[in-house]
Design a protein around this ligand. Structure first.
Ligand SMILES: Cc1cc2nc3c(=O)[nH]c(=O)nc-3n(C[C@H](O)[C@H](O)[C@H](O)COP(=O)(O)O)c2cc1C
Length: 352
């Protein structure tokens, strides 16, 4: 893919380094060329907070720079970029940016970005803020920086921490004018009123099912082997709809235990539910149906595009995915469990 825009990305040592990593992952298969500077403190935080190896993080960027290399291209305004994002941004780095204390490549690039009038987003992560922090943010904002703390958007009903991370990173990219599928634009509060009438069929998935359940990343898939032995596996999935009917798609190897089970017997069951701490918050779906390989063709292409939109990292795994098989799960029966509507609340639908 030809990359026609450049973005400088700084990762500093504040909490939330996974935000910077997710941003780099997202831009890997995009038209944006990433120029990365990682502070020494960020290396420590990456080690503390994630299971990422620093070399693997660096490999996500198109170009890497040494934090001390003040002679690098991005230290000059003559190197044109679309802007810079510091994600996450520590208070120390905020302070350096606010005061033009450009003693390293990260803060020098940030200062250059400001002086050239290009967008600079500072994803400042600290809590609580004292007045000195607030003053620094004010100074940086007055110089043109956008202060963009990683504040969760709860109105999206994020079903997982991963969903929160995606939403935050998606919003940051959008603020930089970089389109992405990590977050959905707010469509307004849906009009109040009784839920639409349902036929009891699952040809169109019941409207009462919380949409965020189908945006969860992983299902637990249960299969039965030719010898009758039960088996369960977690698999990434994406939900799709065609001609009003709903399907779940996932990639698996034909050689996996569940792949072998499905070859012998396509009947499968699955659950999907967010991880919650208290019984009052329990809600989720159980389904029974069949899972079968999708042959090459328009349905495969459609499902793969859905998968890529849901999991941008998959763009870099094309070879691995090509060695795997795309399955479609067709639900025949489903049950919604929703303790928000009362302890033990269940509602079931069967295909007509
Ligand atoms: C696990 C961990 C979490 C941290 N979280 C924060 C934070 O949320 N905000 C912050 O300003 N500093 C935080 N720090 C401290 C910074 O890493 C420290 O101030 C460092 O000097 C920042 O340097 P840098 O801006 O050059 O990366 C954290 C440090 C560690 C080890």
């Amino acid at each position: 893919m030809t990359k026609d825009r450049r973005l400088i990305v700084g990762i500093t040592g504040s909490s939330g380094v996974i935000l910077g990593i997710r941003l780099l992952q997202t831009l890997q298969d995009s038209q944006v060329e990433t120029h990365l500077v990682v502070s020494p403190a960020a290396r420590l935080t990456i080690q503390q907070e994630t299971r990422w190896k620093i070399d693997d993080v660096l490999a996500l960027a198109d170009v890497n720079y040494n934090y001390r290399d003040l002679g690098a291209r991005i230290a000059s305004g003559s190197f044109t970029t679309q802007g810079m994002v510091v994600i996450p941004c520590s208070i120390k780095t905020l302070s350096a940016v606010a005061n033009s204390l450009a003693g390293d490549l990260l803060t020098r690039s940030a200062d250059v970005t400001l002086k050239e009038g290009r967008p600079l987003l500072l994803v400042v992560r600290e809590a609580p803020f004292h007045r000195g922090h607030i003053r620094l943010m004010d100074v940086a904002a007055a110089a043109g920086a956008v202060i963009f703390p990683p504040v969760p958007a709860f109105y999206t009903h994020p079903p997982s921490v991963d969903a929160l991370i995606n939403n935050m990173v998606g919003r940051v990219l959008a603020r930089l004018g970089i389109e992405n599928s990590l977050y959905q634009q707010w469509q307004g509060i849906p009009p109040a009123g009784p839920p639409p009438a349902e036929s009891g069929s699952i040809d169109s998935l019941p409207a009462r099912i919380p949409a965020e359940l189908l945006s969860l990343p992983v299902i637990s898939l249960a299969t039965v082997g030719a010898d009758g032995a039960p088996h369960a596996a977690s698999v990434y999935f994406v939900a799709g709809a065609e001609n009003g009917a709903h399907y779940l798609y996932f990639f698996s190897s034909l050689d996996s235990q569940h792949g072998r089970d499905l070859a012998a017997n396509p009947a499968a069951a699955l659950t999907l539910s967010p991880l919650v701490e208290g019984w009052r918050e329990i809600y989720g779906l159980q389904m029974r149906g069949e899972a079968q390989p999708v042959p090459a063709g328009p349905q495969w292409e459609h499902a793969f595009q859905l998968y890529l939109a849901r999991f941008p990292f998959a763009a870099n795994l094309k070879q691995e995915l090509a060695r795997n098989t795309l399955y479609v799960f067709t639900p025949r029966w489903l049950r919604l469990v929703d303790n928000w509507r009362g302890f033990g609340f269940k509602e079931e639908w069967t295909q007509a």
